[in-house]
Design a protein around this ligand. Structure first.
Ligand code: SF4
Length: 341
């Protein structure tokens, strides 16, 4: 079974994600030898992708696009953890420390949208991993994909927790002139304690909100997704209100929310995290998450509260005035939808 070296191995042919899955299946992620670690200690494996766009059904967007797999932001609730398992990697450490980099994604995307049959459906960017996680500073794959989508006059919504998105204000402006363009900054809460506990690798929530302000000031349709709201951690009325007020104060064009859901590898990881760090909370979560979603009554209660706060701080009016609903809704559904304890 071959092993593949990580990062900057530019001389050799890049393996496909299936090659990587087979290698890891046989020897674990340790079989990805000669790992080049960067400052963040993660290991980066370049892979060759055969397709860039992924068709989805039952969502308010038709296609997803993810230049990376795995995410060094390492949020404990991340629903994409379970996708790493599909590539024979685990949903715990590997998800945040072994990142697959689709080095050819922009070229493949260009081929796909240059087809005469391309119908310019909405593309959701960053549904499975963060397109502005730190390694994007080096590869600029997301930036190049935005340029390709602009050239193809293809509508797009981006979800990220990375303030680095401000770097790309110029290409976002170009894109917005060509097609509908929405940036959704994910800020589940401005509560510092919850941020430290739940989102260990992300920028401070206020830094993310400052990025929203910068984008709005440069004419980009940018808003906030409180995604997900995590019961018991970020769901109290006071935390929700503080967050929505901060979102309004930073000029966001809209705000949406969802309540955490737990499935497969994400569920296993999150329950282990609770067991380790907050054992007294575990029984309550096991009850609340007897199924994938928290009970509907609970989710409705949280959503109702968020809606009332949106009204109080004038956020729903901004969205309606700018007719942002479709793209914002699309991005909202791209992440988890969640609620209060
Ligand atoms: S930033 Fe998004 S993709 Fe990355 S770990 Fe957090 S929730 Fe998952």
């Amino acid at each position: 079974m071959p092993s593949f070296s990580l990062l900057f191995d530019l001389g050799s042919t890049k393996p496909t994600t299936r090659d990587i899955a087979n290698t890891v299946k046989a020897g674990g992620s340790g079989a990805l030898t000669a790992a080049e670690r960067r400052a963040d200690q993660a290991r980066y494996q370049e892979v060759t992708c055969r397709s860039a766009l992924n068709r989805v059904k039952g969502m308010p967007f038709e296609w997803t696009l993810n230049p990376y797999r795995g995410c060094t932001h390492g949020c404990h609730y991340c629903f994409a953890r379970r996708y790493h398992v599909q590539f024979e990697m685990n949903a715990d450490d590997d998800f945040a420390s072994v990142i697959l980099v689709k080095h050819n994604v922009a070229a493949v995307l260009a081929r796909e949208i240059d087809r005469p049959a391309w119908t310019r459906d909405l593309v959701a960017v960053g549904t499975a991993t963060d397109p502005y996680q730190p390694i994007e500073g080096h590869y600029k794959l997301t930036r190049r994909c935005i340029q390709v989508l602009a050239r193809g006059r293809t509508p797009m919504s981006i979800v990220t927790k990375g303030p680095m998105v401000v770097r790309d204000a110029d290409v976002l402006q170009d894109h917005a002139r060509a097609a509908r363009c929405t940036v959704c900054m994910s800020v589940p809460s401005v509560d510092e304690e919850a941020w430290r506990m739940l989102e260990p690798g992300t920028a401070h929530p206020l830094q993310r909100l400052r990025a929203v302000r910068a984008l709005v000031d440069s004419g980009i349709n940018a808003g906030v997704l409180m995604a997900p709201i995590v019961p018991g951690f970020t769901s109290s009325r006071s935390k929700l209100e503080r967050t929505i007020k901060a979102v309004a104060d930073h000029g966001a064009r809209f705000v949406g929310c969802n309540v955490m859901h737990l499935q497969d590898g994400t569920r296993t990881h999150f329950m282990r995290f609770l067991e380790r760090e907050f054992p007294s909370m575990l029984p309550r979560f096991e009850k609340l998450y007897a199924r994938k979603y928290a009970p509907e009554a609970y989710r409705k209660e949280v959503q109702g509260l968020v809606r009332a706060l949106q009204e109080r701080y004038g956020l729903n009016k901004r969205a309606a005035a700018d007719d942002e609903e479709p793209s914002a809704k699309a991005a909202e559904d791209a992440e988890q939808v969640g609620f209060a304890w």
